[in-house]
Design a binder for this molecule. Structure first.
Ligand SMILES: [Zn+2]
Length: 149
């Protein structure tokens, strides 16, 4: 369909109506915008980046929701992170270590670096942090620091 040896690709693109980013599969004819429900014709969208792996495309979509100035050092936009398992136990251990090492709170960037060093899936760790924020088990303490309770 798009000349790439027949394999489906995952396309990161902005909605033609409202500009919200989403991911379409190259074999889809249209992709409804999750924000405004506009049916985007996949052949006509402006593709920001193409991905071979669905997970990489979804990671990129998550990444763009992080403010630009906080993106340095977050490697997964490159789409080169290998399949990594990040279990609940590993997340707990990471939180525990973060609390011990940074009793005053830790920046998300520092947490990403720690997660990388531990060989964890950074995207999944950040997703976990977002969930903690919603649950109220993480405090946002100014200075862009977060503190686990
Ligand atoms: Zn839209």
């Amino acid at each position: 369909m798009n000349g790439s040896n027949g394999r489906a690709q995952y396309l990161l693109f902005p909605c033609r109506k409202c500009g919200a980013l989403s991911v379409a599969i190259s074999t889809q004819k249209t992709r409804r915008c999750p924000a405004c429900n506009h049916a985007n014709v996949v052949a006509r969208v402006v593709v920001i980046k193409r991905f071979e792996e669905k997970e990489h495309a979804l990671n990129a979509l998550r990444l763009v929701k992080i403010p630009r100035e906080e993106r340095d050092g977050i490697p997964y936009i490159a789409g080169d992170s290998k399949e990594k398992r990040t279990t609940g136990e590993e997340l707990k251990l990471l939180v525990w270590t973060a609390k011990r090492r940074y009793p005053q709170g830790i920046t998300e960037k520092e947490l990403c670096t720690m997660a990388q060093q531990e060989g964890l899936d950074v995207a999944r760790v950040m997703k976990f942090v977002e969930k903690c924020k919603q649950d109220g088990t993480v405090l946002e303490t100014g200075d862009q620091k977060i503190k686990f309770l």
